[in-house]
Design a protein around this ligand. Sequence first.
Ligand code: PLP
Length: 480
Amino acid sequence: MQKTMDAVFTASDTQYLQHAANYHVKLFWNLWKTRTIPEEGWNEALLTGFMQWLASIDSNNRVDITPVGAGEREGRVICPLVNRMHFNMSHGVGRSGNVADVQPKALGSSMLSTIANNFALQAIKIAGVTSCKGALVVPVATGMAMMLCLSAFRKKNPTATHVIWCRIDQKSCFKCILTAGLIPLIVEPVRDADSDALVTNLKKIEELLVEYKEKVLCVITTTSCFAPRAPDSIVEVAKLCAEHKVNHLVNNAYGLQLKSICEQLEESNKVGHIDAFVQSTDKNFQIPVGGAIIGTFKKSHIEPIAKIYPGRASAVPARDLVLTLLFLGRKGLLEQFDRRVQLYTILKEKLSHFADSIGEQVLNVPQNGISLAMTLESIPRSKQTLFGSVLFNRGITGARAISSNDYETKVDEYKFTNFGAHSSEDHVGYLNVACAIGMTEAEISELINRLEVNYHRFIRKSCRSTESPVDDEENHLEHG
Ligand SMILES: *Cc1c(COP(=O)(O)O)cnc(C)c1O
C-alpha cells in the first residue's frame, strides 16, 4: 500500500486557514453592509477579488445552477477581451426604464451601482460639501447630466422656458440648455473692481429675473473655470433664486478639488437656494471620461432627476468610481486633494517668476485656485494662438493661448465674441495653465522649463526678425 503524503494540519492551522480564507469575503460583505469608503485604500488583489465576487452574484455567472437565458437581455458577451475588461459583468445598471431600479437578474451589478451612489455622497462630503444629502452617479458626462437636471426641473414647471446662464466659454454646459429644449438668456461677467477677475453680473441676473418673471425656469452658475474668470458668486445667486423662486443649477465640473468652492456651496444652501450641483467623475477623481455625479442638498431632490433618465445604462462609470475610491481610501482621497493645493502654490510661484523674467504678469484672480492666466503682451496678437499650438506640439497639453479677436464663434444659433475668454471685452492675450488633481511636481518643473525654452525660441524666430521666418513646422500648426 502506498502511503499518502498529506501534510499534517494542526487545529491552530485549520483555525488560521479558515480565518484567512474567509477574510476577503467578510470584507466584501462588510463593505456591502456599511457602503462606506474604507479609511485605508485596498490593494489590487482585493479590488480584483471584489469585482469577481460581485460578478459571481449576477445570474448569468452563477455556478450553483446552470443558467438558462430565455430573454432578450441575458448579459451575453461574445468577445473574450470585452468580457475580461468588464470582469464578466455585463448587465449595466437600471431596469426597464428606470436607471435607479434593481435588476433581479443582476444583483451584483445593482449592488455596485448602490455602492457607487453612497461613495459619491461620501466623496462630496470629504471634499467639503458636508450637508450634501443626495448623490447620483450618472453614466453621462457633465453637460448631459446638467441636461437631465434641467429636464427634471421643467417637468415640474412646464410653462417656464428660459434659463439664465452666466457666460462660461465651455460649449457642453451651454448646449445642455438647448438640448433640454430651453432658451438661454446669456449674462456676461463683469470686471472686478479690485482684481483682474471676471465676476458674476448680479445686477443683470436680477434684472432678467424681474423682466422674464415666471418664464425663468433656472439660473445656471459655474464654479470651476479658466482664469481670469472667477467662480460665480453662487451665494448671492442662491439668494436671488430663493427670492424669485426659480431653480438654481450649479456647474461644478471640477470644483470638488477646491475647498473654497465647497464652502460656498455649503453657504449657498444655508442662505439661499440650490437644487443640484453637477461634477465630472474624470476631472475630480482621475478615472476615464464617462460619468458625472449629481449632488443635492435634499434627499428627495435626487429622485425626480434619476426618474427622468430613460432606461438602462452602462455600469462602467459607477464601477470605475467605486474601484478608484476603494483604491485610494478616504486617506488617499484627502491626500490627493491636499497635494493639489500645495502644487497649485508651487505652480503659481514658478509661473509668476517666469512671467517677471519676460515682462509679463500672472493675472490677479484670487478666487480661482485651479487655473492661472499669464499675459502674452510680448507676443503680437496675431501670433498668440500659434504660440499655444507650438506648446501643444512640444507635448504641453492643456495650456491654452487666448487672443483677443473680433470674430464671432457660433454655438448652435448663438454668437459669442471673443469665445474662450468668457467675455466679449478686449484683452491683451494670455496663456492659461491649471493645477488640477493628479498633477505632479515633476510636471510643473517640466512645464516651466519647456515654456521658457519655447517662449524665447518663439520670440526669436517668429516675432523679432523678418529675415528668419517661422520654421515650417510652426507655419503649419493649427489652433491649439
Ligand atoms: C468639463 C466641463 C464641463 C462639462 O463637460 P463634459 O464634457 O460635459 O463633461 C462643463 N463646464 C466646465 C467649466 C467644464 O470644465
